[in-house]
Design a protein around this ligand. Structure first.
Ligand SMILES: CC(C)(COP(=O)(O)OP(=O)(O)OC[C@H]1O[C@@H](n2cnc3c(N)ncnc32)[C@H](O)[C@@H]1OP(=O)(O)O)[C@@H](O)C(=O)NCCC(=O)NCCS
Length: 174
């Protein structure tokens, strides 16, 4: 794994909600539902569905390597104080889960853990729509900024975040 992570941050007040809400409306117009794990139910079955989706999308992260076994994923994703099911945005096409954007809550900031869209649905603005929808959770947290970090070769994820207004971070401790 690299030690040269690309660290990015977005000031909540600087986020252009009105502009990016157009992505949310576009998704809905195309029949894609945006919801959260809290809304659909944080059940064992839904945790398994999130795991399968996360695992599939994570396979495209540069140098990601083998994905966690389910039990380890449950512990890492759901077993920490920073976890809140309201921060897990899910995009659905009918009954199929096609995208996720997971954000956790920390002291003074929110953190975008994992954003992923199934390969057949990419390039339609779904990740931007999910992250815009997820700003509702960030505001609920009452924190001034959102942070994220990416492998330097993850061009699509870095470009997606920069398109939303994320800038190079001033923090280095994650
Ligand atoms: C990164 C990822 C979530 C993007 O999802 P997506 O729904 O296809 O992205 P969007 O359609 O919302 O794209 C939004 C913007 O991101 C940028 N972008 C997206 N894919 C890109 C690519 N392949 N190359 C360059 N820029 C890209 C563009 O600026 C794009 O805006 P535009 O279409 O107006 O030019 C998706 O590629 C993915 O699931 N990758 C694998 C998992 C991963 O690496 N996640 C990030 C680590 S947590």
């Amino acid at each position: 794994m690299t030690d040269r992570w690309v660290r990015l941050q977005l000031a909540v007040d600087a986020f252009d909600e009105e502009r990016f809400d157009a992505y949310v409306r576009k998704c809905r117009a195309e029949g894609i539902t945006l919801t959260t794990l809290a809304a659909v139910g944080d059940t064992p079955g839904h945790r398994r569905a999130l795991y399968e989706l996360n695992k599939e999308c994570a396979a495209d992260i540069p140098e990601r390597g083998e994905f966690f076994p389910f039990d380890e994923y449950v512990e890492r994703r759901f077993g920490t104080p920073s976890y809140d099911p309201r921060g897990i945005v899910i995009a659905q096409d009918g009954d199929t889960w096609i995208g996720m954007a997971a954000t956790s809550r920390h002291d003074g900031f929110a953190f975008n853990e994992m954003t992923g869209v199934r390969a057949g649905y990419r390039g339609r603005g779904i990740s931007v729509a999910m992250k815009t929808f997820g700003m509702g959770f960030v505001r609920l947290c009452g924190v001034p900024e959102v942070r994220t970090l990416h492998h330097p070769a993850n061009v699509s994820a870095i470009a997606m975040n920069r398109a939303m207004g994320y800038v190079d971070a001033t923090w280095t401790d994650l």
